[in-house]
Design a protein around this ligand. Structure first.
Ligand code: NAD
Length: 370
């Protein structure tokens, strides 16, 4: 693999800059060193450059380049290819926790599972919370738990698929706090049936909750975040099935791949605009949550539902991470302004294989969870 990046970073020693760009392009440590040897042909104090190049990427970014003067690829593209496969303690990163303290995080789907865990994690970092969910009872439980940490908590009962509900959520957050530091577009549902058997109601419900909610979140929150005068970060929850097909989950996969595409476009556009708004796409593998009960709060208007041809089974599949583990990984990614958040590193080779098959004779292969 060849990397031809000769960034002009001013204050950043070129060895360090090269390493950051190599990681940004998904190269591991040995690979970047090989590229370094191959590519670097200038007269240059190699020892000094090497010393810098070995420092943690976050340290390079923090200590040498002020956020405002970072070039776009560095401000918004710096991430490590070593996604954590398990629980990770939060590390220091480019998004200093002091920027988050006493500011607000808005989390949809905050009553349960990953959303609740993210809210819990942000509260532990000294943030206030606005949590939103369709399940009023569980939302109240979640709020009570979060309040016990001493943080301010606002609950909003809503349906994320409705633009007017997301507008009301944004009004609630901005009216109370003036700005939003973190937005997690996270609420989601699943429906399992063959793609041709899914009813129009199934498709409308799943796309509404899983994709339109994120569209509403972006359209409603981003214009206000752009003018709030303080940095922010958006985490859109997709799924590894947004990157790889899963049999009997066509509506879910379609919605989640839409979330991935939307997030990629958003990240590029915000970078182009020079905005201090980071974007991450959370693409979890299997996490043990209440998502199997999605149908419980399906609005009556979407009554016509295909029979699930098989119940969701987790046979042979181990939930190697808890929702709390995921929340730690998310916080870490926000701090480091990392775009991709994969919870299960073991899926990465399949994702790469799929990407490399595009444009060849390769056939789609289902990512199987049963
Ligand atoms: N659990 C997994 O294995 C897994 C894997 C990949 C992605 N995800 C995604 O993670 C996100 C969180 O899911 P989870 O696993 O924590 O499940 P969960 O069911 O525990 O939490 C989802 C929350 O979303 C809420 N919700 C559903 N419909 C809503 C609506 N119309 N308006 C507002 N809130 C609504 C639910 O009431 C629930 O509290 C979802 O987007 C899901 O697709 C989960």
């Amino acid at each position: 693999m060849s990397v031809s990046l000769r960034p002009t970073l001013g204050a950043v020693p070129e060895g360090a800059a090269f390493r950051v760009s190599a990681l940004t392009h998904g190269l591991g440590d040995r690979e970047w060193e090989r590229e370094w040897e191959r590519e670097w042909d200038r007269e240059w104090d190699r020892e000094w450059a090497r010393e810098w190049a070995r420092r943690p990427v976050a340290e390079i970014l923090r200590s040498t380049v002020p956020v405002a003067s970072r070039p776009q690829w560095l401000r918004f593209g710096a991430h490590s290819d070593r996604c954590p496969a398990g629980p990770q303690p939060p590390t220091e990163g480019v998004f200093d926790m002091e920027i988050l303290r006493d500011r607000v995080a808005v989390v949809t789907g905050g009553a349960s599972g990953i959303g609740r865990a993210m809210a819990r994690r942000f509260a532990a970092e000294g943030m206030h919370l606005v949590i939103a969910d369709i399940n009023a009872e569980r939302l109240a439980e979640s709020a009570a738990e979060l309040r016990s940490t001493g943080r301010e908590v606002t609950e909003v009962v809503l349906d994320v698929s409705r633009a007017e509900d997301i507008a009301m959520l944004a009004d609630t957050a901005f009216d109370r706090y003036g700005d939003v530091a973190i937005l997690c577009n996270n609420a989601g549902v699943t429906k399992r049936a063959r793609s041709w058997e899914l009813t129009l109601d199934d498709w409308t419900w799943v796309l509404g909750v899983d994709l339109w909610s994120v569209i509403h979140g972006v359209r409603t929150f981003v214009p206000r975040m752009l003018t709030q005068g303080a940095p922010a970060h958006i985490v859109n929850t997709a799924s590894v099935t947004g990157l790889m097909p899963l049999i009997d989950m066509a509506s879910y996969c379609s919605a989640k791949s839409g979330v991935v595409s939307l997030s990629e476009c958003l990240a590029i556009e915000l970078a182009e605009a020079g905005a201090e708004i980071g974007v991450s796409v959370l693409a979890p593998g299997f996490i043990d949550t209440n998502i199997g009960e999605s149908g419980a709060h399906r609005p009556a208007v979407f009554a016509e539902s295909a029979p699930a041809n098989r119940p969701r089974s987790t046979t042979g599949l181990e939930a190697t991470m808890t929702a709390d583990d995921v929340a730690g990984v998310v916080l870490n990614a926000v701090q480091q302004n990392r775009f991709w958040i994969l919870t299960h590193q073991q899926y990465r080779s399949s994702l790469v294989e799929r990407a490399e098959g595009i444009g060849t004779d390769a056939r789609p292969v289902s990512f199987r969870v049963v």
